[in-house]
Design a protein around this ligand. Structure first.
Ligand SMILES: [Mg+2]
Length: 287
């Protein structure tokens, strides 16, 4: 029973409850009760309904479902929910790692990111099989990403370094994952943590605990440049800058987003040191 269509509908319904209008945690008045309804249709004509969490961010949630989740779900088996949830994008088989190691040679550092593909038990077994490839780290092997005790077990029993952090949102999350002994490498994300001020707290924590920090940054915009500034200011270790390989048709930030001979240039202008080409932004603007 294959999924034919996934549709997200954001509804905002005025309400009364006999008192002042409710206030969101961020201080804005709540004039409507908002929900995101999800309708899933199968090729056989079966329809199911669900709801996505949105609260004050329902427009964002609805857009994420329509534009990101729906294309991934359409054509898949509706009854195989586990496979849909576990599915991501990265190479994660022994054969692909072996091919990468053979291509890179014995000394070039390579790492494996599985985007939380496996159970803890599977992660331990895969880690044991991956030991021979001398990976710099195994990144987010197990699901869910906030199972710090589970990841600690993978690290302890698997016998290769572990990395995580892109799915952690604040400094307390990082304290918890370090307290659990779950990682050898922390990967805070400047965009997800709330900017340079917040990511510096994670970097300071890593320094305090003696844990390596490799910022997560699969970006092509200001988030990438902010990450480069953060890395440039980290003097305690040799830090890599992540680049999600692709050549954009056009870049609103020009060529500064691309590494040359393996190195990024860090802009030295005011602020992030970037000039945004707004014509390109408008050309590729979605809505
Ligand atoms: Mg990752």
């Amino acid at each position: 029973m294959k999924i034919r269509k996934v549709e997200a509908t954001h509804v905002a319904i005025p309400y009364q409850h006999g008192g002042p209008l409710s206030v969101f945690g961020i201080g804005t008045t709540r004039a409507t009760m908002d929900s995101v309804y999800i309708r899933v249709d199968t090729e056989e004509g079966v329809t199911g309904w669900g709801e996505a969490f949105g609260f004050g961010a329902c427009p964002v949630t609805a857009a994420a479902v329509s534009r990101v989740v729906a294309p991934l779900a359409i054509g898949r088996e509706a009854e195989n929910v586990g496979a849909l949830v576990q599915d991501k994008l990265h190479e994660r088989t022994i054969d692909t790692v072996a091919a990468a190691r053979e291509t890179a040679g014995p000394d070039f550092p390579i790492a494996l990111d599985t985007n939380c593909s496996w159970t803890v038990e599977q992660s331990v077994e895969m880690a044991k099989q991956l030991r021979c490839f001398n990976l710099s780290w195994l990144e987010e092997p197990s699901y869910p990403p906030d199972d710090h005790a589970g990841l600690a077990r993978v690290r302890r029993e698997g016998g290769i370094p572990t990395a995580a952090g892109e799915n952690l949102g604040n400094i307390n999350d990082f304290r918890q994952i370090l307290d659990a002994g779950a990682v050898d490498v922390m990967q805070p994300d400047v965009n997800k943590m709330g900017g340079i001020t917040e990511i510096r707290k994670a970097i300071a924590l890593g320094r305090e605990r003696g844990i390596a920090v490799e910022p997560h940054s699969p970006f092509y915009g200001p988030g990438l440049i902010a990450t480069l500034h953060v890395i440039a200011a980290m003097s305690e270790q040799d830090v890599m800058g992540e680049f999600f390989y692709a050549d954009l048709e056009q870049s609103p930030l020009g060529d500064m987003i691309y590494p040359r001979d393996g190195y990024f240039a860090v802009p030295d202008g005011p602020g992030l040191g970037i000039e945004v080409d707004e014509k390109i932004l408008q050309r590729y603007r979605v809505a």
